[in-house]
Design a binder for this molecule. Sequence first.
Ligand SMILES: Nc1nc2c(ncn2[C@@H]2O[C@H](COP(=O)(O)OP(=O)(O)OP(=O)(O)O)[C@@H](O)[C@H]2O)c(=O)[nH]1
Ligand SMILES: [Mg+2]
Length: 228
Amino acid sequence: MTDEFTFDDVAVVMGTYNEEQAIGAVLADIDRVTDGRAEVVCVDGSDDRTPEIARKMGATVIEQEPQGYGVAVREAVLTPDRPVVVTTDCDDTYPMEMLPEFLERINDGDDVVSGDRLARGADAMPTLNRYGNHAFALLASLLMGRRVHDTTTGMRAYRRELLHDITWTENTGLSAELLIRPLMRGYDVTEVGIPYRERAGETKLDPFHGGAAIAASIVTVCLEERLR
Ligand SMILES: Nc1nc2c(ncn2[C@@H]2O[C@H](COP(=O)(O)OP(=O)(O)OP(=O)(O)O)[C@@H](O)[C@H]2O)c(=O)[nH]1
Ligand SMILES: [Mg+2]
């Protein structure tokens, strides 16, 4: 029998950029759900009290000039030594109570478990973002030849090795890249429906510029993987 991973083997990581309204709730949820056993890593670019709150609550804080979502999250996913790495946003939108299910699926053999917000309607998501996210998933599905439903979700679990075996190039589009490259290389990737809550605090994403960057990333990454 292979040893099963427990929360002692899990790191929950996130980019944090002026999230003082949300970080307390996010870290408290992780602590409660994992019984304080998951390591927490925040790659922080804030000029508010976010890093101070994070440190007080036991997280490892890596300081970094704000350079966009993907620059922070790439550093965050590559930092932990633990074999299972879970990403989330630090805005209290994602259901930390589903961490046990994500871990269970990794233990069942999945390499990537991707939280699909659209499966359950994502009523809390702004309408424009919801349509955009459906469109991104459709675009990626067409280019990959395999149906996916949420390419831009912030909540996923990954086996650590694959994060180091693949070179990550995207910034705003990193979330899509983190799904597409493993999938097109034959890793076991599954989507699991998750509820999605309204954001605490202000968005860090401009929907138009951000949306264009994500679409460009999807096309670039799918073509690169096809030509590999
Ligand atoms: N360190 C760092 N974190 C960032 C940066 N940009 C975004 N983040 C964090 O990355 C996560 C995702 O950003 P969000 O603003 O939630 O983007 P989003 O989820 O696309 O948009 P919402 O629908 O508003 O939640 C949050 O935890 C942000 O604090 C950055 O430049 N540096
Ligand atoms: Mg968010």
